[in-house]
Design a protein around this ligand. Structure first.
Ligand SMILES: CC(C)(COP(=O)(O)OP(=O)(O)OC[C@H]1O[C@@H](n2cnc3c(N)ncnc32)[C@H](O)[C@@H]1OP(=O)(O)O)[C@@H](O)C(=O)NCCC(=O)NCCS
Length: 176
């Protein structure tokens, strides 16, 4: 059963909280499997206040927090149009970040964030929801498969100086 939750869209007042949860969840997910210097290089660039502020004010991106009671449990970042990190699929919406904090994982909140992404994709009238996932992130890949995503491509990606492979996955959006 899913824990009771609330979803809310972020605005500029959430900047520092967003930056903090983005860095925390990224480190919790990837630090153990990557060299500290590569992680540090990535985090310094991706989660600087300036970078996160420019993403938060980009009208082609949407950020959401998922909260349980007084706890901030996770976040979601969606991109449309030019904000998408790749322009491979026509008429598509990207899930760039979907993260549930470690203590809240396995309680249905990832599924709730995914459902919200699907609803936003339907509302945006797109044909595809897509994402890229590190090929070593087996838990996330299993989660995406169970959410209806299938692999359609693979791309190289640099984590600091380490060349890694991302699997690109997509899910059709059935429009009414
Ligand atoms: C991937 C993630 C978002 C899933 O969220 P979650 O809250 O842990 O997952 P949920 O409790 O909502 O479970 C969703 C479904 O995935 C399944 N699932 C969860 N963990 C799984 C695992 N290790 N292996 C296989 N399936 C798994 C659940 O069984 C559930 O399916 P079901 O309802 O049919 O049983 C979350 O674990 C997370 O934030 N991980 C770290 C960050 C990350 O890797 N993000 C993706 C980067 S690309």
């Amino acid at each position: 059963m899913t824990t009771a939750f609330k979803l809310r869209r972020l605005d500029v007042r959430d900047l520092e909280t967003l930056r903090d949860i983005a860095e925390e969840t990224f480190l919790d997910t990837f630090a153990a499997q990557n060299a500290p210097e590569n992680i540090a290089t990535y985090v310094a660039a991706a989660f600087s206040i300036d970078r996160v502020a420019s993403e938060l004010t980009n009208t082609d991106s949407q950020f959401f927090f998922i909260e349980t009671g007084a706890d901030l449990a996770g976040y979601l970042k969606l991109n449309t149009g030019a904000a998408q990190t790749e322009q491979t699929l026509p008429n598509a919406l990207e899930i760039e970040r979907i993260y549930v904090r470690r203590g809240h994982q396995g309680t249905g909140l990832g599924k709730a964030l995914m459902q919200h992404a699907i609803e936003r994709a339907i509302a945006a009238n797109v044909d595809w929801l897509w994402l890229g996932v590190w090929d070593q992130n087996e838990k996330a890949i299993a989660f995406y498969r169970s959410s209806g995503f299938t692999e359609f491509d693979q791309h190289d990606f640099y984590m600091g100086r380490d060349l890694q492979r991302d699997i690109m996955m997509k899910r059709p959006i059935n429009r009414p």
